[in-house]
Structures are given as C-alpha cells and as structure tokens.
Ligand binder design. Sequence first.
Ligand SMILES: [Zn+2]
Length: 257
Amino acid sequence: MDIISRSEWGARSPRNRQTVSWSQRTEFVVHYSEGPTSQSVRSIQDFHMDGRGWADIGYNFLVDVKGRIYEGRGWLVIGAHAPDHNTSGIGVCMIGRDGDATAAAKRSIRWVYDEAVRRRGRSLKKLGHRDVYATSCPGDELYAWVRAGMPASGSEDDMPSAEEIATAVWKHKISNQFRTDGNGNPRMVAAEDFLEYSDAHHDAVMARLKAQGAAIGELSRALAALAADRGQTVDSEALIARINGEIDRVSAQPDAG
Ligand SMILES: [Zn+2]
C-alpha cells in the first residue's frame, strides 16, 4: 500500500516537530475523527492547528473509508492524540464516526500497524483511545475490532461470503432484450429466471416430441393396415424408424428451425 504524503494532500508546515526513536515506540493507538467520512485531512489539520492551537495535525496517520492512508506527523514525530501516550504511541485516526469503519479502512489501519511493527522490530500494544483516556473514541465498533486484535481480513462483518456472492449473482437482474413487457421494454430477469424458463421450455419441447412420436406410430400402423387391405405388406416398425431417421437428419441441420 502507498501512504499519501503530506505534500500530496496539501499539508501546512508544522509549527514545530519533536521526534522520538523507534525504541521509544511501544504502542499503537486507534482513533476516529467523529466527523463526516468526507472530511478532508487538510480540514482536520486546520482544526487542530487553528482551533486547538497545536503544532500540526494531531495524528501520526489517518485512514479514510476507502482505505486510503494519509501521512500525519509520520512514524517518529511525537503526536498530539493521547495525553501521556504520544511518545510511546503511534496514533492512527479513521476519518468518520462510529459504524463508518469499512473493511478497507480496517485493512489499512492493520497495514499501518504491521508496517510499524516491521520498522520497530517488535509488536506494539494495540489500543483504542478509550483505553488510555476518558473518551468514546474510537467508537464502539472500531474499538471492538481493536480488542479482537485488529483482524486483517475484516471479513467478520463487511466482506460477503462466497455463498453470498454466488446467491447475489444468481439473483442479480439484467435487462433481457429478447423478453419484453407489454410496452416493448426489455424485461429485467435474473439468472435463476433463465433456469426456470429453460426448464419449462424443455418440458414443453419434450411433450411435443412425445406427441409427435405417438402420431408417427399411429400413422404408420394405419398405413400398414391400409396396405394389408390391398394385399400388400408394410413393415410399420421399419417405417417409423425411417421417418424418425428423416426427422433426425432435418433436425441436425443448423437452420432447420
Ligand atoms: Zn481519539
């Protein structure tokens, strides 16, 4: 994954910066912005610098619901996100409110964690902001995920199962140009409708073939009886076989209709 750099999101310069070494990093603190998911990183920075009077945006990184990762203060600059844990903790904020965290956002938070661990060379304590401060941050849903160990897949709630995907495809309606409603507009049909149609169609064709077969047999036997009346012999079974052979020959032609 890529981290969107400060210059890419149009960050203002920090008023000052204080760095730590990797050995001082022992914690990873998850936050939410408690604002709209559409909020820009720059507007969060403006609020932190102008509204709160901080030196820079408070977090080390931010993640949006599409899974994009933004550089805040970065890996080794002391943040302003959790009192007494700004030196030990890397603070990552999900842009949104409780319940907004998508599987993509969670995957990205996890990616930042794994990258921090890789750089640090040891695991970091996974914390929600509320673990170290009296706050509802990062919201119940994201906090439960942190407590569950920040599973990377995010599949528990957000990712449909293979079976759910298969069912959705099966029921997904598409416009069928060959089947129109009373106004000549294409009907919306799903794959499962095609199967039903196909079954019904198959049954109708088979019934018709059966009826035709019976008729051919009847006609052949009537012909044989007529021939017998005139003192001639007709093998009705051979006649039926001959007629069926003709039908097969005609049916095998692509344009036989
Ligand atoms: Zn927080």
